[in-house]
Design a protein around this ligand. Sequence first.
Ligand code: FMN
Length: 148
Amino acid sequence: MARILIVYDSRTGNTEKLAYAVANGVRRVSGVEVILKKARDVTPEDVAGADAYAFGSPSHFGIMSGEILTMFTNIYPHRHTLAGKPACIFTTGAGSQVIALENIERILGTFNPKWIKPGIAVEGAPKEKDIEQAEELGEKLAKAALSK
Ligand SMILES: Cc1cc2nc3c(=O)[nH]c(=O)nc-3n(C[C@H](O)[C@H](O)[C@H](O)COP(=O)(O)O)c2cc1C
């Protein structure tokens, strides 16, 4: 059984919708367990116990949200528990979602994950095609976790 940790921050629900869609995509694959957590609730044990990861953030001031940055800062001392494992990222924004995605890519890159790309950057509330894309990303992540 592979454990997939999906971590997100969301104030108005846009990023949360993508997080749920990634989770639904993961659930298309058998032999995986999904753990969906808000960034502020994530512990180093959650990170160490997972086999793959998805991180989602709204764009705040053009970069990842403070909650997501704090979470990365907190787990940084435990980054070796994430290194080499599959990870993907997703963002929403009002125009700066791609910049926020690149920002997370740079920070999470210091943890040396096995990237599952491309990530998803959605403007505004996710539409049906964005939900489908997020589900596909979740499915790809789950398959990568199982093929380790
Ligand atoms: C404090 C704050 C700062 C924001 N700054 C930006 C920004 O610089 N660029 C941008 O594209 N969107 C910005 N936004 C808009 C959000 O990224 C966008 O509405 C996002 O989809 C919200 O996601 P959520 O519903 O998951 O919270 C900001 C929102 C907030 C609350």
